[in-house]
Design a protein around this ligand. Structure first.
Ligand code: G3I
Length: 386
């Protein structure tokens, strides 16, 4: 029997799919989704599992336990949501801006920077004792439209990119613990991201040196911030991580500043395997720099074709979160732990919702902001291995 809660969740998902359009865009426009209906009558719980209560994930942890949050005027903005604020303050000691510190948000026209939304988020974090991880100074995606139509020789492109990095990093200097300086510069085969649909205007117009130039400019603007290279599939692709490791070694040999590597870890319930994840972490640990899980979410419906999170799948997700966090803590020495960040608070906020035909539940809290078994999995791993 499909109860009203399932229908409303499926409605969220169906509207999400429509809002995404044909390109399967990452994010559902939350403003088009119905507000969370007051659950006035005693409807059956959507799933059978009992909501999990954990005092605080960050309790007793001496490294960043972070969460990515929508901010600004997005429908799910943490600054407009008491539930999201309460959970962020209760469980996390660091925030990442999911979108509002990206190039298109901060630098909408060549001559204007807009820091208002980002400053409001940084102030919220600071006022509540949370640090900030900056995401992201240079990325091939979510560039401002004027950047994509910018014309000039290599030196002009260098100056344009360096002006962005310097202006932004200077603005936040002293207020951010760390930055994703460059995101996703490599392909899974280890080559530089260059042309094609997900090509990089930075590589195309500056060459591979755009990466080191971004790190040099970021260090000059904010000497105290930890500087990360961030990418996805680093926990699964030996070729991609190999290219990153070679880049880090080259930077270390030439005194190009870099402090760590960010493993995004948008993973599924069974891939990559834990031994592979540990082995990939170890390759960066061996470089003597920090390892940070920057965007963790765990899809559980990649092949199951479920229309609701069953207790069985919820328990599997709990174990998967426990295993991944344990792998990190047992592989990365405490001095090299850049931290662990989950990419969103509630399942309804996840970029994954609407990305695929079937629903998913990748995060620690459900649509009602109740703790899922996954929350307990993280708490158990932290308690055991921190
Ligand atoms: O702001 C517009 C809004 O005006 C419009 O109505 C709405 C509907 O189209 O789109 C809104 O912009 C969306 C934006 O999220 C804010 O919601 C973009 O279309 C959408 O593409 C964007 O998705 C973000 C995605 O990065 C872009 O690639 C996701 O929220 C964000 O979670 C995701 O995060 C990335 C990391 O930055 C890098 N690593 C991968 C990760 C997942 O893709």
């Amino acid at each position: 029997m499909i109860n009203l809660r399932i229908i409303s969740l499926l409605l969220f998902t169906c509207i999400g799919l429509i809002a995404c359009g044909s390109d399967g865009g990452h994010q559902v426009d939350k403003s088009k989704l119905p507000d969370k209906q007051e659950d006035n009558n005693q409807q059956e719980k959507l799933t059978e599992f009992t909501p999990v209560t954990v005092a605080s994930l960050k309790e007793g942890v001496d490294f960043p336990i972070g969460v990515a949050v929508p901010a600004g005027n997005y429908g799910s903005s943490i600054l407009l949501s008491e539930e999201r604020q309460n959970l962020a303050i209760q469980h996390f000691n660091q925030l990442s801006a999911e979108n509002i510190m990206k190039m298109d948000a901060l630098h909408p026209t060549q001559d204007t920077f807009n820091f208002t939304d980002a400053d409001n988020l940084v102030n919220f974090a600071s006022n509540n004792g949370l640090s900030m991880h900056g995401h992201v100074l240079v990325w091939h995606s979510q560039t401002a439209s004027w950047m994509r139509s910018f014309t000039g020789d290599k030196q002009a492109w260098i100056e344009m990119m360096e002006n962005h990095v310097t202006t932004v990093a200077t603005h936040f200097a002293g207020r951010l613990k760390s930055w994703d300086v460059v995101n996703e510069a490599f392909l899974d085969d280890g080559n530089y991201r260059n042309t094609g649909d997900s090509g990089s205007i930075w590589y195309q117009n500056i060459g591979a040196e755009f990466i080191e130039r971004a790190f040099i400019a970021a260090r000059a603007a904010d000497p105290d911030a930890e500087l990360y290279y961030n990418d996805y599939n680093l926990s699964s692709s030996a070729a991609k991580l190999g290219a990153v490791v070679n880049m880090v070694k080259d930077f270390q040999n030439r005194n190009i500043p870099i402090d760590g590597v960010g493993f995004q870890m948008h993973i599924s319930g069974n891939y990559p395997g834990i031994s592979a994840i540990k082995a990939q972490f170890q390759k960066v640990v061996d470089l003597g720099i920090k390892v940070k899980i920057t965007e963790l979410d765990i899809r559980m419906n990649t092949a199951e074709n479920l229309d609701e999170l069953t207790p069985d799948i919820a328990e599997k997700q709990k174990k998967r979160y426990y295993d991944v966090i344990s792998a990190y803590l047992t592989t990365v020495p405490s001095a090299q732990r850049g931290g662990i960040t989950v990419w969103g608070i509630s399942d309804v906020d996840s970029w994954i919702i609407g990305l695929y035909d079937s629903p998913d539940w990748p995060l620690l809290f459900n649509a009602e902001f109740e703790g899922k078994p996954a929350l307990q999995g993280v708490a158990d791993a932290l308690a055991e291995f921190k």
